[in-house]
Design a protein around this ligand. Sequence first.
Ligand code: UDP
Length: 253
Amino acid sequence: MARRKKIYEGKAKILYEGPEPGTLIQYFKDDATAFNAEKKAVIEGKGVLNNRLSEFFMLGLQNIGVPTHFIRRLNMREQLVRQVEIIPLEVIVRNFAAGSMAKRLGMEEGTALPRPIVEFSYKNDALGDPLVPEEYIVAFGWASQQDMDDIVSIALRVNDFMSGVMHGVGIKLVDFKIEIGRIWDNDFHRLVVADEISPDSCRLWDVETGRKLDKDVFRRDLGSLTDAYTEVARRLGVLPSNVTHRPRPTLIN
Ligand code: UDP
């Protein structure tokens, strides 16, 4: 079989040319990075879990009418996606203060925010993905004002969906990051949720215990990342069949 053409390799994923024009194959690696890739490790099984979880969230979003780049999962580590032009922004939605917001404003992690807050970082590793106001984005032409209005509304819909799904399995959605892509149709484009949605790009806390079930486990050395992601997948009922787990005890009358 001819070797596939690699289009791009990022920190956690590789993009290959897809089977048809306008498609790509997104391959989920086991690599974990944090602090702008200063901290690195290979976490066996992470790619398999994120492939499954991202499929689950993207399909759920499509079901409620939020467009995404996802077409279908191909195998344990790969999914077929629409090729998009990525807008160079990290779109972050926060429900509770944590991470960089808690640090910047001296807030205690976990403080409830008065309403969901959407913020933007300019995707540029060399600059450390700096936080940017919407005015910069529009003035520098990274996205139009219309795009920004649409991006905020997509981000808030993703937040409502993700918060609800997580709440249903006893998990608090503290914050998350999405990326948005453009799909061109002649002179017009539409915006879709692209990249991935997984515990790599969310903060997820157990409602009862506060246990962290996201990439902070790796960033802050809090234990096994695979165990945390497996727990999220298990609660959502999306565990891949070859990952062994102990079933929850059931009550027998
Ligand atoms: N995030 C991400 N990729 C990044 C930066 C942030 O997925 O390059 C996610 C992160 O996992 C968290 C949210 O966006 O769920 C907010 O992150 P924050 O700005 O607090 O930055 P951090 O503390 O992770 O550096």
